[in-house]
Design a protein around this ligand. Structure first.
Ligand code: ADP
Ligand code: MG
Length: 473
């Protein structure tokens, strides 16, 4: 029903608009619009970009107003939903809403007296700010590991005493999917839990920039700033995207100074440390360094394993250890990919009632793991490696602990991990019945040696090529 009415409301509007604008403009500016919903006398339309929205507001307010009021009555209003990022396979589209577009305004002077509230709504004339936190991103669900220990404890300290510790601002940085957003939201949730009266606001730079532009356009910069000054904890995610945006930076600088001076807490995240940030005013960068800067690293094997178990457990799903191990090693891009793999497994297990086993895990992974793992036998790897290093094949498979054997053995394990689909424990089986932790240790020491010793690295690379050409032929 709802869809039909919305569509017909918009169709009626289009009829009126068509009479007012020429064909070309009608096709360019009105046909791409998708009517989303009608709510009483408010019609929400989706437009394909920020630019599109601005163009409509600049050029077609009288036309839109006329159409809306003719169809929805004198009180009729228009709201926009702007597609800022149309998304892709792994990321859903991002939308920003513009309630009260000019075209939707009944009375400009009355509107000007309204309080500015990008994320607020009013209850009994006091403004309530929606903190925009994801309730699942808490400290309880955030697994601690060497990779994030400092950042996590700094976050904890801030959550206990927001604005009071010297960690102000708290600046967390790290690559994609290392848990920055999760952690800063956990701080926000924790503060909301411990201090319900504190005003918390999580915002990513994208929203911030859009609000800023919107306020600029509507002469509401002062309101924009006042709104932010009500906040006790401001979390600005992915601040690196403010690079090169002079005006937005300037405004953020003012807000930052005001909040900081009045003992309000600021938390930011970025993909690199402040010293490497390009396109920022120096005075802003120097402020970023005032408090504490802490990094989050790629999670190590153990942490990944714990994250996997934790996530599956919270969904009430048992995941066999060998599957968890397989995933922790194979998904080496980032945790967001891991999340995708786990969700897919959960989907198979719950909706399709499949058992989570290695086979299913490999199937799901096929779309994600980059290096296609050609099947090659352990025997072949062991033989090639022992020939190359000129050591006895039996020694590699056996228990000898001499260095000249141990290193080739570790290298052979390393290639088994890379070129076969065996689990860690199965690899261990093939090397004198060693357990999975010995295999992990072997993989780590090969990687460490490759980092530390260029000669060793080229040896391994060369061996890798040998194995690969043999695999391909
Ligand atoms: P970032 O913001 O650094 O790109 P996210 O915070 O979005 O990364 O993390 C990506 C995914 O990995 C999220 O689903 C998050 O819950 C999960 N994740 C990251 N780190 C951890 C952790 N230490 N414990 C549990 N889940 C984590
Ligand atoms: Mg993030």
């Amino acid at each position: 029903m709802e869809v039909a009415t919305t569509a017909s409301v918009w169709n009626d509007c289009l009829e009126i608009i068509r009479r007012e604008v020429d064909e070309q403009n009608f096709a360019t500016w009105f046909q791409p619009i998708v009517p989303l919903r009608t709510d009483g006398n408010v019609l929400t339309i989706q437009v394909p970009s920020q630019f599109f929205y601005e163009w409509l507001e600049e050029n077609y307010v009288p036309v839109l107003k006329k159409a809306i009021q003719a169809v929805l009555g004198e009180q009729g209003r228009l709201e926009y939903s702007v597609v800022v990022d149309s998304g892709n396979k792994s990321n859903p589209p991002v939308m920003v809403n513009y309630p009260n577009g000019l075209a939707g305004r009944r009375n400009a002077t009355a509107d000007q007296q309204e309080e500015y509230s990008p994320f607020g709504f009013k209850s009994n004339s006091t403004q309530v700010i929606n903190p925009r936190l994801n309730p699942n991103y808490t400290f309880e669900t955030f697994i601690e590991g060497d990779c994030n220990r400092l950042a996590r404890s700094a976050g904890m300290a801030v959550a206990k005493k927001p604005g009071i510790t010297s960690f102000n601002p708290l600046m967390l940085y790290g690559g994609v999917g290392v848990g920055k957003t999760h952690l800063v939201q956990a701080v926000g949730n924790e503060i909301k839990k411990n201090f319900p009266d504190k005003v918390v606001l999580y915002i990513d730079q994208n929203d911030f920039t859009n609000q800023f532009l919107n306020a600029l356009q509507n002469n509401k910069l002062q309101d924009f700033q006042n709104f932010y000054l009500k906040v006790d904890l401001l979390i600005l995610d992915d601040v690196q995207f403010l690079a090169g945006r002079e005006k937005t930076q300037e405004f953020f600088f003012n807000i930052f100074n005001n909040l900081h001076q009045s003992g309000k807490q600021i938390i930011m995240t970025s993909d690199c440390p402040p010293r490497d940030m390009k396109g920022f005013q120096e005075r802003l960068l120097s402020r970023f360094k005032w408090g504490l800067t802490a990094d989050l690293q790629e999670p190590d094997f153990e942490t990944k394993l714990a994250i996997i178990h934790n996530k599956m457990q919270s969904d009430g799903i048992d995941i066999p250890t060998e599957v968890a191990e397989y995933l922790a090693y194979s998904v080496d891009t980032n945790l967001r990919d891991m999340e995708g793999v786990l969700n897919s497994l959960i989907f198979h297990a719950t909706l399709l009632k499949k058992n989570i086993d290695l086979e299913l895990a490999k199937d799901v992974l096929k779309n994600i793991v980059k290096e296609i793992q050609n099947d090659v036998s352990v025997d072949f790897i062991q033989k090639t490696v022992s020939d190359y290093f000129k050591v006895e094949l039996d020694a590699i498979k056996g228990k000898v602990k001499k260095r000249e054997i141990v290193i080739p053995r570790q290298v052979a394990m390393y290639f088994c991990k890379r070129y076969t689909q065996l689990t860690l424990s199965m690899i261990g089986e093939n090397f004198g019945g060693r357990d999975h932790s010995t295999v992990i240790h072997a993989l780590e020491s090969v990687e460490d040696m490759m980092k530390a010793d260029a000669n060793f690295k080229s040896t391994v690379d060369e061996l890798g090529k040998k194995l690969k050409t043999r695999i391909a032929s």
